[in-house]
Design a protein around this ligand. Structure first.
Ligand code: PCA
Length: 213
């Protein structure tokens, strides 16, 4: 079983992206899962082509895209990607789309096909604070999440996938309020936990996918 995990390059004037730091530290194997990784540019125009290529190269059953959300205190397993691009700040190419679709004519939204509740429960059991999130925003992360789920609904139907937002690293643009900061080690371990719980639920996830088609 192969999984592809992606992180984003730094954006918005930062020089570190917690998602990329975590993805770089993943081992190449977690139990029975072979882990491939890729770096996506924080660019509306370029990110999905890089993701597509990485998927074709790795041939994964599971794709987990990871991005940094500086306003989150804990890792958030995203539930839904929406067909909207609406940027408050420019991406790394200076693009700042307003109220545009990710894919013209695409459905309004796609749900993650990761077991989001089981993933959060497994993260808690592993000592990693986590939550389900009902919005991945409207910046490049949501764009990539929507594009991934569109691929998985059309050309690449064996893929089960979703998105994980992680907090900024302690001391690097993090806004954690009173919560204890989540360490890079916890984020790395958390990604492994999400992959493991997805892999172990795959036959049930496939049955659900078949029943809803
Ligand atoms: N976070 C941004 C894009 C890249 C990243 O790591 C987002 O949440 O949209």
């Amino acid at each position: 079983m192969r999984a592809l995990v992606t992180g984003f390059d730094p954006f918005g004037g930062g020089n570190v992206n917690a998602s990329l730091e975590a993805v770089r530290r993943l081992p190449s194997r977690i139990g029975a899962i072979e882990v491939a990784t890729a770096t996506l540019p924080t660019s509306y125009a370029r990110a999905l082509a890089v993701l597509d290529e990485a998927i074709v190269r790795a041939g994964p059953r599971i794709v987990l895209c990871v991005g940094q959300a500086g306003d989150r205190a804990v890792p958030c397993v995203e539930r839904v990607a929406i067909n909207v691009q609406d940027a408050r700040t420019p991406d790394n190419d200076g693009a700042q789309p307003v109220d545009l679709p990710v894919i013209a004519g695409g459905p309004p939204a796609y749900f993650s096909t990761l077991p989001i509740k089981a993933a959060v429960a497994a993260l808690h059991a592993g000592g990693v604070p986590a939550e389900v999130s009902n919005s991945a925003g409207t910046f490049v992360c949501n764009h990539v999440f929507y594009g991934l789920m569109h691929l998985a609904a059309t050309r690449m139907r064996a893929i089960r996938g979703g998105f994980l937002h992680v907090p900024a690293l302690p001391g690097i643009g993090a806004h954690h309020g009173s919560a204890p900061p989540v360490s890079l080690d916890d984020i790395v371990r958390g990604i492994g936990i999400v992959l493991t719980v997805t892999a172990s639920n795959l036959s049930e996830i496939d049955r659900t996918a078949a029943a809803t088609r």
